[in-house]
Design a protein around this ligand. Structure first.
Ligand code: SF4
Length: 428
């Protein structure tokens, strides 16, 4: 098996096609509900308490999904040009601001859905210096409000946070940080009830949190099997949509059933000895957000070099970051899930601690870290993570490229660069 002739990304699992079809239907239905029926909806960052919106039945658009959606439609270039024309700096970060760029471009003819309708609210954690300006200006452009959540510093420097995060979360994520986010969530709930008339129920949240635990356990089981199996039965191109689309709908009947189905398809493929590449010689780790504008890149090294991307953060993150024993405190358990979501993925010692552990668990031969030129948060832990991986015996390549902005990206150039790196590392 190898990359598709048309260079598009190859996906091997039936449940992947079904998950993508489900998201397409959801998006079309959401458009009808929001644009035609004027229903309330929220636009929020990925690291915010989506469970609050789900439990109040308020539809949600995740900014990172919207940004990836626009990027996959190859629209990032014209929209960032519009930003430049409006005087925004060339080196503005991209991932969180592509939605803003689309709104400011105000071009219904090209924009997905004819452009985003007015949301009830925008919600984001203040995880970097830029986010308050991106969301503040976006809220102004959309004529809505921005509800900001704090991102307090985390003093407990435990590089093996993932070994006790499911149960001892009060200790791992610090009760003060959790307490602050619970207070903020109460304020968010009050504001949402005021604006939408929808009512929050802690008992409904508890049911949702239990369902989410069930969902994440299926994903964690699949991650365990895939990491331990050679050759790799399921590539990151199938892992990501089967993890993240259910994640955007976590705890719903569809999401729990789909996660179980994904787990079952992984088990079946493993039993059948199915492989991403019959030529697997190098197991690669992709560190960073997905390359949304060129997913086919992930297949490009399978044939010539037998290099297979077996790991990206999305699927293995489900276990340590989402599963929470509730201890009778669903809002606190939820706060512990959210209050370090970005920190563990982008900041040392939590990022490198987890990445090295995952590289060892999955028998990784080499790692590639995406370095988005202007995304400050995504760069924070990169050098320490590269050093930690190399000290643990995993050659690591830093790749200067953006996850959504395709300007300056050339797959051929990068594939040659990767091949040279792998050869120099004695792997190619
Ligand atoms: S620096 Fe990164 S996290 Fe911050 S607003 Fe920009 S893209 Fe988003």
């Amino acid at each position: 098996m190898s990359g598709r002739r048309d260079g598009q990304a190859r996906k091997d699992l039936q449940c992947t096609a079904d998950a993508l079809a489900f998201q397409k239907r959801y998006a079309a239905d959401l458009k009808r509900r929001v644009v035609e029926r004027g229903e309330p909806f929220v636009v929020a960052q990925a690291d915010t308490p989506h469970e609050i919106f789900h439990s109040m039945e308020i539809p949600l658009i995740t900014n990172q999904w919207w940004s990836a959606y626009i990027s996959a439609k190859q629209l990032s270039k014209p929209y960032f040009e519009k930003m430049r024309e409006r005087g925004y700096p060339d080196n503005g970060c991209r991932y969180c601001s592509l939605g803003l760029a689309c709104t400011l471009a105000n071009d219904p003819a090209t924009a997905p859905w004819g452009g985003l309708p007015k949301p009830t609210m925008l919600v984001a954690r203040l995880t970097c210096d830029c986010i308050q300006y991106v969301f503040g200006q976006w809220a102004e452009a959309l004529g809505t409000e921005f509800f900001a959540l704090e991102a307090p510093a985390w003093r407990r420097k435990d590089p093996r946070w993932f070994e006790s995060s499911n149960d001892r979360w009060e200790e791992v994520f610090e009760s003060e940080r959790i307490g602050l986010l619970v207070e903020e969530m109460h304020a968010l709930i009050a504001r949402l009830q005021e604006k939408t008339g929808r009512v929050f129920s802690e008992s409904r949240l508890t049911v949702l949190m239990d369902r989410i635990n069930e969902q994440e356990r299926y994903i964690a089981e699949a991650a365990g099997i895939i990491g331990a199996t050679r050759p790799c039965p399921v590539s990151i191109l199938d892992q990501v949509p089967n993890t993240m689309i259910p994640q955007w709908h976590r705890g719903s009947d569809w999401a729990v059933a789909h996660a179980r189905r994904f787990r079952d398809e992984v088990v079946a493929r493993t039993k059948a000895g199915a492989a991403v590449s019959g030529n697997e010689r190098i197991r690669l780790m992709w560190i960073g957000a997905g390359l949304w504008h060129d997913q086919g890149f992930y297949n490009a090294l399978e044939t010539d070099l037998g290099a297979v991307f077996v790991w990206s953060m999305y699927m293995p993150f489900a276990g340590p970051q989402y599963i929470r024993a509730l201890h009778g405190k669903p809002l606190h358990a939820l706060a512990s899930r959210i209050c370090s979501m970005n920190e563990v993925l982008h900041l040392p010692p939590w990022m490198n601690g987890w990445m090295v552990s995952e590289a060892q668990r999955c028998g990784i031969d080499a790692a590639v870290i995406l370095v988005p030129p202007d995304s400050r948060l995504s760069q924070s832990g990169i050098n320490i993570t590269r050093l930690s991986l190399e000290e643990s015996g995993v050659p690591t390549l830093l790749l200067d490229a953006d996850m959504v902005d395709a300007q300056g990206w050339s797959r051929d150039v990068i594939v040659k660069h990767m091949a040279e790196f792998l050869r120099n590392a004695g792997l190619g």
